[in-house]
Design a protein around this ligand. Structure first.
Ligand SMILES: [Zn+2]
Length: 166
């Protein structure tokens, strides 16, 4: 799980998110209905939950499953929200497995800034595919990890496999 709390990445993300005042990129993406899902990296619009790619991924196909409702309070999640989140987590694993054949996954939730979460006002489950040896071959340059595939390419592949799998 060391990648999920990599300190060099945390400072980078904090720098980025702090400059954007209090805006919530998850709500912004979901509320943007002008056919910008690709540029917003929004993979799936559900009724109570959504799936969005992480713009600062730990690995290729790192995505996040979130409730549609803007809340950072885990205990306030309703049963129907939990159910849809669980279903989307399951589907995300299936889709990433088919598209990228990872050796494993890290799935996690950071609650509160002290836990390492960069956005603590909107709950998001991280789904991070892992490949054997992936901590070795991706170098860290200037605090930003180099990811071998562009976000748009990753989005297109995941979107295709997502729709093929109902
Ligand atoms: Zn939000």
């Amino acid at each position: 799980m060391e990648l999920l709390w990599a300190p060099w990445r945390l400072s980078y993300v904090q720098k980025v998110t702090k400059s954007k005042s209090e805006k919530c990129f998850i709500c912004d993406a979901f509320n943007d209905v002008s056919e910008n899902d690709r540029s917003n990296l929004l993979l799936h619009r559900g009724e109570k939950a959504l799936v969005i790619l992480n713009r600062f991924p730990y690995n290729t196909a790192h995505l996040m499953v979130c409730p549609v409702r803007h809340t950072g309070d885990f205990e306030s999640l309703l049963p129907e929200e939990m159910l849809e989140i669980d279903e989307l987590l399951k589907k995300a694993i299936k889709v990433i497995r088919r598209a990228y054949n990872p050796d494993g996954f890290n799935i996690g939730l950071n609650l509160g800034k002290v836990s390492g979460g960069s956005v603590d006002t909107h709950i998001h489950y991280h789904v991070v595919p892992r490949w054997s040896g992936d901590t070795n071959f991706m170098p860290v340059i200037g605090g930003v990890k180099v990811i071998p595939q562009s976000l748009e390419d990753t989005y297109d592949i995941l979107k295709k496999v997502w729709s093929e799998n109902g």
